[in-house]
Design a protein around this ligand. Sequence first.
Ligand code: NAI
Ligand code: MG
Length: 504
Amino acid sequence: MNEMTKVSLSQWAYSDAAKAALARKPALFIGNEWVESSHGETIAVIDPSSGKEVSRFVDASDADVDRAVAAARTAFDDGRWSNLPPIVREGMMHKLADLIGQHADEFAELEAIDNGKPKGMAANIDIPGAIGMMHYMAGWASKLGGEMIEPMAIPRGLFHSYVRREPVGVAAQIVPWNFPLLMAILKIAPALAAGCTLILKPAEQTSLTALRLADLVAEAGFPAGVINIITGNGHTSGDRLVKHPDVDKVAFTGSTEIGKLINRNATDTLKRVTLELGGKSPVVVLPDVDVATAGPGAAGAIFFNSGQVCVAGSRLYAHRSIFDQLIEGMAGAAQFWAPRPSLDPEGHMGPLVSSEQFDRVMGYIDAGKKAGASVAIGGDAPSSDGGYYVNPTVLVDVKPDMSVVQEEIFGPVVVAQRFDDLDEVAREANNTCFGLGAGIWTRDIGAMHKLAAKIKAGTVWGNCHGVIDPALPFGGFKQSGLGREQARQGVEAYTELKSVIIQL
Ligand code: NAI
Ligand code: MG
């Protein structure tokens, strides 16, 4: 067991820019204006590094949701966005990306205050990731198009037929709290490129950066009603968006449980639905690896973002011959990931996002211990004055049917198991209801490709983990989701195809 060096877990001071953002009056961004809610209800912003309330924002009412949908509906139906020259739409998207870049430091700090992730991590990953995604998708605005196809059963020259690609309409976009701005842009950008209008609802745990983003929308030149941003609870405002008859498409990232509920709720109006849900991604380490690289690699796969990552490498399968060495390597790396307040510049891992998430993760660790798992690393929470810190944790002596092996914990907790041969580990890797990501560590090129083909997951990484690129499709097999985001497929998910057949 590894003793963590004691560091102060008191949150650091906020900058003046962050204080100004926290002091803003609760309001919703509808039709390019800040509007008051129809009722006065608000939700607290809690800094997870201290557990203290630092601001409040609107908990949107049904009437607020209806108003936002009406704004998006009008802006779609009158063509003020979809009929603009694609190059003009593309330009506005690049401008919005540039404006985020101009405020990158403030966005990174707000993300750290709201989510608990280290500011440096937000500055290096979340914010550049959001900017890159927007630039990438902007390019599609001028490149999407239809096709001319000759009919097969009709003599040539009698008919002219072609396929148009049109925007699907009004999109409701519901995002989680683990990468707040990045998830928001991952949703907004393809919708805009396709010519849709949208209503974005950030998670109730992390609404600060979405609200700050709204400030930049009009400045970038978007017509009123194209991008609407409303805040509120999932079971109220999120639910109303999903069921609203004037919404054409729902895009959701979050828990598998709510994803299934949303899919059911969207069925009455047969909305187009894309879902990016939970995971229990395996990391498979073969006997030939350099343990000095694979140990920290496996640690990073789970402890990055406090394990609050849909593709977190939460099940480790190490070959029996290197298992003990690999766990030792992870213990060394655990020091690097020791939790610190999000504004501590030395931090690599922050607290969990909320007290609910803290209770959930500690509950899983307890359940694992009760079921017979042993703690190899961590397994506890450092004492702090109110923050939601959990130490990096590795559980061993686990069985395939334990809840810690089957269910998404969404915290810095990995279950480690031994394996002997490739077929066995492929079977075990596929032995959950999820199929989002997987990591394989080996220099054996044959084994790498064989396993990559056998594992049921939307993304497989070799000798790395969690690398995401806007040009590659991203999504889940099995209960990890529906459809793909990013890439051409991600923007096409915001379109409908129309075949036009004309007798000449
Ligand atoms: P959640 O799935 O309840 O929340 C995600 C988003 O959905 C939020 O914006 C929320 O307001 C909205 N939402 C909730 N209920 C809704 C409803 N009935 N209709 C429409 N929208 C609704 O996730 P939660 O409760 O924050 O976290 C619980 C677990 O979910 C985590 O422990 C983790 O396992 C998983 N999760 C997975 C994520 C991923 O990236 N795959 C992200 C966040 C959570
Ligand atoms: Mg929930």
